[in-house]
Design a protein around this ligand. Structure first.
Ligand SMILES: [Zn+2]
Length: 414
């Protein structure tokens, strides 16, 4: 039984759809039991999902002497969503079906120092190529979810940061990508998206925290299946909590931010300051590649590299203790491409520190896990946000009203 607390904005359709996906086939009665919703609410929700073409009746099941129950199943091919997660030096795109399965994926270059006017058409071309490779018709695509760093204004679809160049600050990212693709575009915090992606990919437990590390460090918290969003969806910026009150001034204004000490960019920068290490590892490429080289050297036993990675793991662990102390979660999931190769090193270090330092450790343990799809979870989450926004829209109509090109559809998907 799921618990939904007193949330009055309950996204019933999303919850019902999730359960149908998890169970493959399910009766209306079982759905009502699983959600705690009334039979009437459930019937209404199922009718809507059938009208949208997302769900269909797939047969009957007899239990005892009662009337056979009609079973419902998902139509995974009913619609598709695109997700793109990007930060400065890397980007990954996915196309997922209604069941959350990846049907196309690709690595693409991040913006680096390029202007948005150059990067957005490139993203559009990658979307086109992914849809073509998966033979997905554009009319079946609900939209694109862009998962990226903040601060951001989700309603306006803009980033509120002059990273990587001043032109990105306030650039109409969502609108421009919509114009280039003809598809509705939403933006989402990358760490929150990773949380939504992890949940969708089936390792579901209703409440957990995500520590996300790609170009920078972020975090997300899923509470009873809902992402915690704060006032403006800019909360849980783990990378910008101070772990050294007298530390260096960060671009955000704070001092000694986690990201400036433990993040891949910081580790790469510190490695470059060591000429011997730098020469030994052939550093000087983009920071994410340099970070990867340092991590590999650390695993291979290079003492100087290992010392740098230890700074990263231990500082991240201290910050994660803070995250767990604040939200009292029993599970922390690591996601993001910076964890792809060294996830185990980080997982073990975090688990060790959490076991010794978390405030509620005598009440319950806290498990640190690697996300199943560690490099793609945020992109998948971005795609799922498109669907969730649609299902949570109060004006959600019949499938016919959702055809591309319609103003209604673009508005609903936002
Ligand atoms: Zn900062």
């Amino acid at each position: 039984m799921r618990s939904f607390g007193s949330d009055t904005r309950l996204p019933t359709l999303a919850v019902v759809l999730d359960i149908i996906r998890e169970r493959t086939t399910v009766s209306r009665v079982e759905l009502a039991e699983a959600t705690g919703l009334t039979q009437a609410t459930m019937t209404h929700a199922v009718r809507k999902l059938i009208a949208l073409g997302f769900v269909q009746e797939v047969g009957t099941a007899r239990s005892g002497r009662g009337t056979p129950r009609r079973l419902l199943g998902l139509r995974p091919e009913a619609c598709y969503m695109v997700g793109i997660q990007f930060d400065r030096f890397s980007a990954v795109g996915v196309v997922v079906d209604l069941a959350g399965r990846i049907v196309a994926q690709r690595e693409m270059p991040g913006p680096a120092d390029r202007e948005p006017g150059e990067v957005v058409p490139e993203f559009a071309a990658h979307v086109e190529a992914m849809l073509e490779s998966a033979a997905v018709d554009r009319s079946a695509v609900l939209g694109i979810g862009l998962a990226t760093y903040g601060p951001q204004d989700r309603d306006a679809g803009v980033l509120l940061t002059p990273q990587p160049t001043p032109a990105w600050l306030g650039y109409p990212l969502a609108t421009t990508l919509t114009e280039a693709t003809g598809l509705p575009v939403v933006i989402e915090n990358d760490a929150t998206a990773a949380g939504i992606g992890v949940q969708t990919l089936g390792t579901a437990s209703s409440s957990f925290a995500v520590v996300f590390m790609s170009g920078g460090i972020g975090s997300g918290v899923i509470i009873d299946g809902h992402p915690y969003r704060g006032a403006t969806s800019n909360g849980l910026e783990l990378g910008h909590i101070s772990v050294d009150a007298l530390g260096e001034r960060c671009g955000c204004g704070n001092r000694g931010c986690l990201d400036t000490i433990a993040g891949p960019m910081a580790i790469a920068g510190r490695a470059l300051e060591d000429p011997a290490l730098s020469a030994r590892l052939g550093l000087g490429g983009d920071p994410l590649s340099d970070f990867t080289r340092v991590g590999r050297a650390a695993v291979a036993g290079d003492a100087a590299a290992a010392a740098l990675i230890e700074v990263s793991t231990q500082t991240l662990a201290v910050a994660t203790v803070t995250l767990v102390n604040l939200f009292d979660v029993a599970r922390v999931v690591l996601a993001g491409n910076a964890f792809a190769e060294f996830g185990t090193t980080y997982r073990e270090a975090l688990q060790d520190v959490l076991d010794r330092s978390v405030f509620m450790r005598h009440v319950h343990s806290v498990r640190v896990e690697l996300a199943d799809n560690i490099s793609h979870a945020a992109a998948v989450g971005g795609a799922v946000v498109v669907l969730r926004n649609l299902l949570e829209s109060p004006n959600l109509g019949e499938r016919a009203a959702l055809r591309p090109g319609g103003e209604d559809r673009a508005r609903q998907a936002r």
